[in-house]
Design a protein around this ligand. Structure first.
Ligand SMILES: [Zn+2]
Length: 233
């Protein structure tokens, strides 16, 4: 089974839950998936700020990338090691480099920029979700697949159709777990309304994140990551 533990499970403004991010151990490597503004302090508390092998991002909003530069500087100056940043497409790699250049001038002095397909052992792919979260914004979902399991992490993507279509087009006998962002009120295009996740949850094992569980409506049927201690770091 692919190991996933959330560093935080909330959205941009859910200070108590922390920004959604995951610590994934896959093919013997530790991958930090997203690094929002609350993530670096939490990793320090847990003694993990220099323990990841790779960093991978879904997109560059602050709640997903806001402490990335600090984390990289920590690795350079405190842990004295280089960071390894995986990127899904060349465009996003350039985008990430330019983003970091505002605080680091020469991002490649601190980090190696590595295309996702070069991850050792392979097994990580992406779904480009650009424009689904916010018009014009580059965003990605990620798929981790080993011999036993497929694990999908949505990133912020607004609706579940892309993942549903992907799984319908690529049927697999493997165990499938989907971690999907959601929101509890309708009319917000940027996030996935919880009722819209029901068709996906009828077919697959779906867990919701990027939400404050205290706001959960009584009719919600999507299990929330925040309620599963084994899924929390
Ligand atoms: Zn977000």
């Amino acid at each position: 089974m692919i190991s996933i533990q959330f560093v935080g499970t909330g959205g941009a403004f859910d200070v108590a839950q922390g920004n959604s991010a995951a610590w994934i151990t896959f093919k013997g490597k530790n991958i930090l998936l997203d690094c929002g503004h609350s993530v670096y302090p939490r990793l320090r508390e847990k003694g993990l700020a220099d323990k990841m092998d790779y960093i991978l991002l879904t997109h560059l909003h602050d709640d997903h990338a806001g402490s990335l530069s600090t984390l990289i500087f920590h690795q350079t100056h405190v842990a004295q090691r280089r960071s390894s940043l995986l990127y899904p497409t060349a465009d996003f790699g350039d985008h990430l480099f330019a983003y970091l250049a505002f605080s680091q001038q020469q991002p490649d002095a601190h980090s190696d920029f590595i295309p996702l397909w070069q991850f050792p052992g392979r097994g990580i792919s992406y779904l480009e979700t650009t424009g689904m979260h916010v018009p014009g914004m580059m965003t990605f979902a990620y798929i981790f697949e080993d011999d036993d399991e497929i694990l999908i992490y949505s990133g912020d993507m607004g609706n579940p159709d892309l993942i549903l279509n992907y799984l319908d087009a690529n049927p697999s006998p493997k165990k499938i777990r989907i971690f999907h962002e959601l929101i509890f009120y309708p009319g917000i295009r940027a996030h996935c309304y919880y009722r819209a996740l029901e068709p996906l949850a009828e077919k697959y094992s779906v867990y919701g994140y990027h939400i404050n569980p205290e706001t959960e409506p009584k009719d919600n049927k999507i299990p929330l990551v925040a309620n599963f201690p084994e899924l929390l770091l």
